[in-house]
Design a protein around this ligand. Structure first.
Ligand SMILES: [Zn+2]
Length: 97
């Protein structure tokens, strides 16, 4: 990252090691030990080109299981029943954009 400030909001960037989760279809992969620059204002993360390339290669190769460091069980939650249903059949006269 050539700049010390966030290109989006202008706040300072700090070098940090982060992790991210990437969905590929129905499959979820977690990538750790990512060197990143994190904005102290908007929390956006920025990667150097070699980091972006490494992430893209992993994605293109479909996150081969043999390369995985380890596996974790991930709890899955649903908002069904926790929020008001939208666009139900009886609300068909309401415009849904
Ligand atoms: Zn920012």
């Amino acid at each position: 990252m050539p700049s010390d400030n966030c290109p989006r909001c202008g706040e300072p960037l700090a070098a940090q090691t982060v992790r991210t989760a990437i969905w590929q279809g129905e499959r979820l992969a977690v990538v750790e030990d990512i060197p990143a620059f994190v904005c102290s204002g908007c929390l956006e993360q920025f990667y150097d080109d070699d980091v972006s390339d490494a992430l893209r290669r992993l994605t293109e190769h479909g996150f081969p299981g043999d390369d995985a460091l380890r596996e974790i069980a991930v709890p899955v939650f649903s908002l069904d029943g926790r929020v008001r249903r939208r666009a139900a059949a009886e609300d068909a006269d309401v415009d849904v954009v």
